[in-house]
Design a protein around this ligand. Structure first.
Ligand code: ROI
Length: 161
């Protein structure tokens, strides 16, 4: 049995009833024996980063504790995405559900399929603002404190729902 770590996961959706997609992913995670929910942010509406000819996104961040390894957690998240109709199509295009492994304890991971902390974490309002709500004093390895990063990050049209 591995020791449990606290991991943070970013949730995003802009297709097929995004609020329901995010809530459903949360329920799946909560029901999982491998994962315990520690905190869940508010839901936020955000304009798309990337091509602008797609709907606005709903975003949130969940903190969990888990004994799954980083790759097992990644694969588990991918399974949830697939079960909710995720089709891997255009890069930066619209999606029914995105579950991004943002942080895994204080580990820095650089594998072909998994980079943690997540690449966009230090600059994306739709990640940092919900993260601040549940973990303002958290230190992101390499990047610094969440609250300091938020202070440098324009809200970019992000709105709490
Ligand atoms: N833009 C926003 N606002 N929210 C997201 O979750 C999101 N996810 C993505 C891309 C396409 C980069 N843009 C996004 O994967």
């Amino acid at each position: 049995m591995n020791y449990s770590v606290i991991a943070y996961i970013g949730l995003g959706s802009n297709l097929s009833n995004p609020i329901a997609q995010i809530n459903s992913a949360r329920e799946v995670l909560k029901a999982s024996e491998e994962v315990t929910e520690i905190a869940f942010s508010s839901l936020y509406c955000s304009p798309p980063m990337g091509p602008s000819d797609q709907p606005n996104y709903v975003n949130a961040v969940i903190a969990i504790s888990t004994a799954l390894s980083p790759l097992d957690l990644l694969h588990y998240l991918q399974k949830i995405e697939n079960n909710q109709g995720r089709v891997r199509a255009e890069r930066w295009g619209a999606r029914t559900l995105d579950l991004d492994l943002l942080l895994y304890g204080q580990q820095q991971i650089s594998l072909p399929d998994l980079v943690v902390p997540h690449v966009g974490i230090s600059q994306r309002a739709f990640v940092l603002y919900p993260l601040q709500e549940i973990a303002s004093d958290l230190e992101i390895p390499f990047f610094g404190l969440v609250k300091d990063l938020v202070a440098l990050c324009p809200a970019d049209g992000l709105e709490k729902l």
